[in-house]
Structures are given as structure tokens and as C-alpha cells.
Design a protein around this ligand. Structure first.
Ligand code: SAM
Ligand code: DTB
Ligand code: SF4
Length: 336
């Protein structure tokens, strides 16, 4: 981008962002930042379209990792009942319902540190069958080897979600059982296998602005920008170490969305977890800042999402249309 104060700006694809440049974007007056982000958004997308994904937790709880925000870690008492890996048929039925309800992508999450090969056999079947419905598919199941990533790609998987979560500097405050480098490696395996990468982070974990800057620097300076960048607002889960975190200033959340949009112009920036506790006005500002994807459906993985009914009303009030699925997939018209 040539001049942040300019009324018109260019937004080339860059992978060499310095922390100082990113800080300067965060420091802009709010209106200037949103104006820039909206220009970038319009140069790359239909500004009134939002991609709609539905999540399903295919394996719940008893995860050996210690992610401080997570209801599914075996180390914290969040009151969640563990559940074994779901049957393929149940998953396909849920995907089919999500498709009828208007989702174009189905994201399957599993509370694993990393999948065992025999678990992956089942996930491969799920991916094949959900893809056969004509939906885009996404899996998030922890660390992947390169051969596991290739197996998923061959099964027809479109996206692999694996978040960096926060900056390398703050990361150790949140997770100790796997390293930042481990996460970067999984992203590399997914990318090299030809999968589209979905990677983002969580805000409101007690990190400083420099950590939000550091997270976006890591994402945008990857060899290729992730095609999808989920920005989650922490959902504080009682019983987890972050269960009583102070909420983040909502305008700082909007700023982070805007900076992500400017730095990764062609990525779908997802207004991800945390929408249930956001006002419609705050969500509207996030869309104005360049967010163009949401999770749709009453549940995220283990916590409540904004209700489908509320989202339909919100889309209507804002004149937003759900994005149609990509070439080769089936287009479905949203109910209501
Ligand atoms: N176990 C796999 C992993 O960690 O990669 C996949 C599932 S994990 C629950 C997916 C992502 O959800 C995490 O990386 C984190 O960014 C996000 N997440 C989990 N709990 C959250 C919470 N309470 N609030 C916001 N985001 C959360
Ligand atoms: C992502 O970035 N957010 C989603 C998805 N990827 C897998 C998960 C949000 C989880 C919120 C807490 C829960 O429901 O357990
Ligand atoms: Fe396990 Fe994923 Fe939760 Fe971490 S975020 S505890 S790896 S389910």
C-alpha cells in the first residue's frame, strides 16, 4: 500500500511485512483504518457477500494438550463430557442438514494433539462423503505429517485449519505442550500437499497489541497467505485457565480484523468464535473492516454460537448475501 492517508490506495500481495509497518496500521485513526480496509476489501471481493461455514466437533474432549483457552483439554475441568469419534453416517447427516440450512463449507474438528493413522482412515471417509454432497470441506485435527496431509488432499479435502493462535512471544503463556515451530510445520505440510490453509488466532487472551501485531506478521509472512484467516474472540470457558479473562476492547478487535484484511487482501477473513457475545452493530463493523466469512449454526465446537435465526436476520438487515460455493460444488439457497 503506497500511502495510508491517501483516498485511494493499492494493496499488493506482500510477504515481507515489518512489525513497525503493522503497528503503524494499528495506530491509524479508526476511520482511516476502516476506510483503507474497505477499499482493499472492495478491490478483491464483493463487499456484500459473506462465506458461510458450519462446524461440527467429530471427537470431543480428553485432549492431552494444555491450550489454556480450551474446554476440551483433559487437564482442565470444564464439565465437558468426552465423546468418541463420531460415525461417518452421523457426520454426513449433519453436513447435509448444514447444506440445507445454507452453509457452503463443512468444517470437522477433532480434539486431538495429532491424528493416529487409524483415526485418519475414518476422517478420510468423512471427507469423501461430505465432498460428494457438493460442499467444501475443512478439517481441524491437530498436527499433521506430510503423508497425512497428502491423504486428506487425495480424499478431496479443500481446507486444513490449524491456528497459530497468537504471537511467538506470547505463545508460551498459552500452550506448553507443542511449539510454535510445530504449528508452522503442520501448515507447511498442508500447503505442500496442495491443501488450502485456514489459519488465524484468538484475541482477548490477555495478550498485548504487539502480540496481535506479531500474530498477523507471522500469518502474512508465510510463504503464501492462508486462504482463510479465522479471527476468534476468546470464548471464556469456566474451568480453563483463561475462563475469567478480561474482555478485549471490541474496537481493538475490529482494528485487528481491518489490519488482517489489508495485509492479506485475497484471504477470507473469518469473524470466528465469540459472535454470540457481540452486538449486531459490532459484527456490522467487522464486516465493514473486511471480515467476509462466519461460522453459522447454533454451536461452534463445544460452545454456543450466535443463533442461525439471529444470523439470518442480521444478513437481511445488512443486505449481506451468503457467498455461493466455488466451481464444481453445489449452490444452495439459504432458507429464510
Ligand atoms: N485440536 C485441534 C487443534 O488444536 O488444532 C483442532 C481443534 S481446536 C479446538 C481449533 C481452534 O479453536 C484452536 O486452535 C483455537 O484457535 C480455537 N479455539 C478453541 N477454543 C477456543 C475458545 N474458547 N475461544 C476461541 N477460540 C477457541
Ligand atoms: C477456528 O479458528 N475457530 C473454530 C474453528 N477454527 C475450529 C473453533 C472455535 C472454538 C470455540 C470454542 C468451542 O466451541 O469449543
Ligand atoms: Fe486439544 Fe485443540 Fe483444544 Fe488444544 S485447542 S486442547 S489441541 S482440542
Amino acid at each position: 500500500m503506497s500511502n495510508p492517508g491517501a483516498l485511494t490506495a493499492d494493496f499488493p500481495i506482500r510477504n515481507d511485512w515489518s512489525l513497525a509497518e503493522i503497528e503503524a496500521l494499528f495506530d491509524l485513526p479508526f476511520n482511516d483504518l476502516l476506510f483503507l480496509a474497505q477499499q482493499c476489501h472492495r478491490q478483491n471481493f464483493d463487499a456484500n457477500e459473506v462465506q458461510v461455514s458450519t462446524l461440527l466437533n467429530i471427537k470431543t474432549g480428553a485432549c492431552p494438550e494444555d491450550c489454556s483457552y480450551c474446554s476440551q483439554s483433559v487437564r482442565y475441568d470444564s464439565g465437558l463430557e468426552r465423546e468418541k469419534l463420531m460415525e461417518v453416517d452421523e457426520v454426513v447427516a449433519a453436513a447435509s442438514q448444514a447444506q440445507i440450512d445454507g452453509a457452503s463449507r463443512f468444517c470437522m474438528g477433532a480434539a486431538w494433539r495429532a491424528p493416529r493413522d487409524r483415526d485418519l482412515d475414518v476422517v478420510v471417509k468423512m471427507v469423501e462423503e461430505v465432498a460428494a454432497l457438493g460442499m467444501e470441506t475443512c478439517v481441524t485435527a491437530g498436527m499433521l505429517t506430510d503423508s497425512q496431509a497428502s491423504r486428506l488432499q487425495e480424499a478431496g479435502l479443500d481446507y486444513y485449519n490449524h491456528n497459530l493462535d497468537t504471537s511467538p512471544e506470547f505463545y508460551g503463556e498459552v500452550i506448553t505442550t507443542r511449539t510454535y515451530e510445530d504449528r508452522l510445520e503442520t501448515l507447511e505440510h498442508a500447503r505442500n500437499a496442495g491443501l488450502k490453509v485456514c489459519s488465524g488466532g484468538i484475541l482477548g487472551m490477555g495478550e498485548a497489541r504487539k502480540d496481535r501485531v506479531g500474530l498477523l506478521a507471522q500469518l502474512a509472512n508465510l510463504p503464501q497467505h492462508p486462504q482463510s484467516v479465522p479471527i476468534n474472540m476468546l470464548v471464556p470457558v469456566p474451568g480453563t485457565p483463561l475462563g475469567a479473562s478480561e474482555p478485549l476492547d471490541p474496537l481493538e478487535f475490529v482494528r485487528t480484523v481491518a489490519v488482517a484484511r489489508i495485509m492479506m487482501p485475497k484471504a477470507h477473513v473469518r469473524l470466528s468464535a465469540g459472535r454470540e457475545s457481540m452486538s449486531d452493530e459490532l459484527q456490522g463493523l467487522c464486516f465493514l473492516a473486511g471480515a467476509n466469512s462466519i461460522f453459522y449454526g447454533d454451536k461452534l465446537l463445544t460452545t454456543a454460537n450466535a443463533s442461525a435465526e439471529r444470523d439470518r436476520a442480521l444478513f437481511k438487515r445488512l443486505g449481506i448475501r451468503p457467498m455461493q460455493v466455488t466451481e464444481g460444488k453445489v449452490a444452495v439457497v439459504v432458507n429464510g
